[in-house]
Design a protein. Sequence first.
Length: 275
Amino acid sequence: MNRILIFYLIYCCFNLVEIIVYTIYAKLLINHLLDMGIKIYGSVIYGVSGFFFGNFVSFTSFSYAFLALNHQALLLYFYFTIFIFLNSALLIPFSKKPYLILGFLLPLIFEFLFVLKNFDLFARKIIFQRNKKLGSNLKLKRALNIRSMTMVTRTVAYIYIYRMLFANFVAGEVYPKQSHKNNYLLHSLIGIDLLCSLYEKYENKIIKTISWLCVLGISIFIMMVMILKWHCMKRFDKIRMGQDLARMIIYFCFTTYDFYILGSGLKEYHRTYNV
């Protein structure tokens, strides 16, 4: 059998083990809450739905990168996998059955190390295809790397923010009028930034400035909420908001660098290859 195919099948096996063990953990956790007569709250739905959604995105990203030789999908896989690991690891001290969390964290660690060990096996083709288009233009390569990471960090940051909103809505903890009133500024800034991101390839300074200001505003908003509500927040919410802030700061750093490299040839690159 082809070595590359064996590598992908082993990766799929690691992924399957993670899903099976986490399904067992989620079932035990939900049954425990129901037996105690406790309503399933938003943080539980956030954690359970988040793992399966994150696992789906990371698996799909890696598969797309592997089959279509797409470097952005590969970056998304690494970034998502790291945050899945960090989120799960931080919840171990507060878990009812920590050994079950370790049961799916260990396959995740082995999967990540396995991918890194065999990185050259599949990444060589991805890098070759990309360099074939770019040639020896190091400035353009650096600009594309930053732009790709900006897109990845944006995607992950906003997915996690809206994931909590979805979890609270399912759990019945969101009241539309109150939520709209309290979070209008946050959702407006996110909407403006996403709208600006549609025109990234045109390398317009005004659009990039608006995007940069929106990301800065979102980061400050999350920071202020954490400061003002820290004393009355649950431990899980502190961890979640801390991670949201960390993701936004990372996104802000890449957005700042992306603004700095305007005029590096990205506009001509998009026009030439129609991407």
